[in-house]
Write a protein that binds this ligand. Structure first.
Ligand SMILES: [Fe+2]
Length: 271
């Protein structure tokens, strides 16, 4: 087993890491799969389909409790969970950290054009994996960006097997350093409680361009039992479905946890 200190240094340097096959996480994934399938099929969740039926966004779609468990299943556990809890050193309200998980599903052909999105947005999906930084919500007709949500990290846990080309998670390695520097400059002198009111669109777009130019694009396909972790400031997205990539009836199904930080300042300033 990789020593946690090495893994932590690696994660903080690159802005991502992965966790190999883990029986505890495999058991959790197997136990939540029926609930995830039910969530994807539920008429009440039909509004989550985007991109011509090739992407189910599924925010908070998994009916797990505070311990990550669905009814009758085990709590969320394993090396990835130990790492974020014990080694990252972030101030997270752990008793309610495992909010209902996102269930993200991609199907062959992602991304198809659809009425809810512009040509430019579709091009950005195809060429740049719809790359973004979580928490910088685009608001209004001009999609102005404000730091509204302070997530601690993004933990991705595959629930079904799929080929590596089946719309894997993509991260720009080291981009969290670029994004952090740009936002720290833009938000300097502001009370963290007021960050949500700051328009960071210009700084964000410039930093994103620098990250595309300077940072390697890394695809992180994974199988049930494995997991990957992205830094909260890392530029990331989802690759188009590669021609010929195969998956089962579930498509490429991943559960994502993004616990909130207790206070906003560490979102920008913690390692
Ligand atoms: Fe994201």
């Amino acid at each position: 087993m990789e020593p946690a200190q090495g893994l932590k240094a690696d994660f903080l340097d690159r802005g991502w890491c992965r966790f190999g096959a883990d029986p505890a996480l495999a058991a959790w994934a197997a136990a939540v799969l029926p609930a995830a399938r039910a969530a994807v099929a539920a008429p009440a969740n039909a509004h989550w389909w985007r991109c011509g039926g090739t992407w189910f966004v599924g925010v908070n779609a998994l009916p797990n409790g505070d311990d990550g468990a669905v009814a009758g299943g085990p709590p969320l556990a394993g090396r990835a969970v130990d790492f974020v809890r014990r080694d990252l050193g972030l101030d997270i309200p752990w008793d309610r950290a495992w909010d209902r998980a996102q269930v993200s599903v991609c199907r062959p052909g992602y991304p198809r054009p659809w009425a809810g999105e512009s040509e430019a947005a579709l091009r950005y999906r195809r060429r740049r994996d719809a790359a973004h930084v979580d928490g910088l919500l685009a608001e209004g007709p001009d999609r102005r960006r404000h730091p509204r949500e302070a997530h601690a990290f993004i933990l991705g846990i595959p629930l079904a097997a799929a080929d590596p080309g089946a719309s894997p998670f993509v991260v720009w390695e080291g981009s969290h350093h670029v994004i952090r520097a740009a936002l720290a400059e833009r938000l300097a002198g502001l009370d963290p409680a007021a960050w949500g009111g700051a328009d960071v669109t210009g700084a964000y777009h410039a930093a994103r361009r620098r990250a595309f130019a300077a940072c390697p694009r890394v695809e992180l396909p994974a199988r049930p039992g494995e997991a990957y972790l992205a830094h909260r400031l890392a530029l990331h997205g989802m690759a188009p479905w590669a021609p010929g990539a195969a998956a089962g009836a579930d498509g490429r199904m991943v559960a994502y946890f993004r616990p909130p930080l207790s206070t906003p300042a560490p979102w920008l300033h913690a390692p």
